[in-house]
Ligand binder design. Structure first.
Ligand SMILES: Nc1ncnc2c1ncn2[C@@H]1O[C@H](COP(=O)(O)OP(=O)(O)OP(=O)(O)O)[C@@H](O)[C@H]1O
Ligand code: SF4
Ligand SMILES: [Mg+2]
Length: 355
């Protein structure tokens, strides 16, 4: 049995065992819809024509190598891009509301109350001059109307739930007094505190040891089952994807190149880049930084993308046709008709070949 098959089997049996699994919890109501988003600087486009949506109770995983535009897509979805980044086109709607029509104070209110993002670098994201317990409690006071004493009590409970030993003592610590992994857990506790309708987790658990990672993924799924939150989860770890995703979007060089239900994607990846990622997983080739390493070559710099398909210099199937940019289009899926999309000129051929 391959590593991937083992991942899928284990994830499937976990879902059967685990009633809080996010699979099957998806509902028709869209929480976040991103349409045709392009973000860049004056010099280059960094996220290009990205469209994504995520529904209540659903988990969308974003995968791709370093520099593919996953974090920028998440930041733009939260309305958090700033100089030198410019949103050049696209529409982002949250619960049906166009975010570009809101004033900054309205946006800030939605961000604090209804959307939460767990950043890659928690230590940088936390306030260095406030005790971590106070930072969590503040969210509860401002957005959930608790008194300070109720909020402090709940902050300690939240710290315990993300696996922080001596949570009452640690609540009094400043971020610089805690390790990077501890701060990551504080940040997760803070994000869960406001019970957001949309939770964006950007490599949120990558820095944690496996036991804590499992504990926190379980906690996030519990919260999701309880609140019906939509979740966007950025990860390089296809094992985590198999465990928690309902749908997956694969990004390469600023674009979404394939999107499908998790079952479709694992059973029949259609884009050569996705197949490369899967092969990396099979050969367990991640770097010491946890990045996907083994597709030969590197992601092109945004200012030096090759003409046509950006994956062309690394693609074993590249031909003259690939000098033209392939459109992301529906390819009949195995499990979800019309849900499988791929941006490769030969995706239909790969689908027919059943490989
Ligand atoms: N503030 C910025 N100004 C200019 N370029 C930026 C900025 N932030 C990101 N970039 C560039 O945009 C591209 C996408 O970056 P992004 O951080 O979204 O990648 P990522 O997929 O999240 O990578 P990683 O897996 O390393 O986190 C990269 O080429 C990066 O260098
Ligand atoms: S369009 Fe061509 S270069 Fe791009 S992934 Fe498909 S086969 Fe490879
Ligand atoms: Mg990133």
């Amino acid at each position: 049995m391959t590593v991937l098959e083992a991942d899928r089997l284990s994830a499937d049996s976990n879902r059967r065992r685990d009633p809080i699994s996010s699979r099957g919890a998806a509902r028709a109501d869209t929480v976040l819809a991103v349409e045709g988003l392009t973000v860049g600087t004056g010099r280059a486009d960094l996220v290009i024509d990205v469209s994504l949506d995520v529904r209540a109770g659903e988990t969308l995983c974003l995968v791709g190598e370093s520099g593919c535009g996953k974090s920028l897509t998440c930041l733009a979805a939260m309305g958090l891009t700033s100089e030198p980044l410019i949103r050049k086109s696209g529409r982002i709607s949250f619960l049906g509301q166009d975010l570009s029509l809101l004033r900054e104070n309205q946006l800030a209110e939605i961000r604090g109350r209804d959307m939460a993002m767990i950043f890659q670098d928690a230590t940088a994201a936390l306030n260095p001059v406030r005790r971590v317990g106070m930072q969590i409690a503040e969210v509860l006071v401002v957005h959930r109307g608790l008194t300070w004493s109720q909020a402090m009590k709940q902050a300690v409970e939240l710290l315990a739930s993300v696996g922080i030993p001596d949570p009452a003592g640690r609540a009094n610590a400043y971020p610089h007094q805690l390790s990077g992994g501890m701060n990551q857990r504080v940040m997760i506790a803070m994000a869960l505190a406001c019970r957001p309708k949309l939770l964006i987790a950007d490599e949120a658990t990558t820095a944690l040891d496996v036991t804590t990672q499992v504990q926190i993924l379980k906690l996030m799924k519990e919260l999701q089952a309880e609140t019906g939150a939509a979740m966007i989860f950025v990860t390089h770890d296809l094992g985590v994807v198999a465990e928690i995703a309902d749908r997956v979007a694969v990004m390469y060089s600023g674009r979404v190149v394939e999107t499908a239900t998790v079952d479709d994607l694992f059973e029949r990846p259609l884009h050569p880049y996705t197949r490369g990622l899967m092969a990396c997983r099979l050969h367990a080739t991640t770097t010491s930084h946890g990045r996907i390493a083994a597709i030969e070559g590197t992601v092109p710099s945004p200012s030096k993308r090759p003409e046509g398909c950006s994956f062309r210099p690394r693609c074993p199937y590249a031909s003259d046709e690939c000098m033209a940019l392939p459109a992301l289009r529906p390819i009949a899926g195995i499990y979800g008709a019309d849900q499988h999309r791929a941006a490769c000129h030969f995706a239909e051929d790969f689908a027919r070949a059943g490989s």
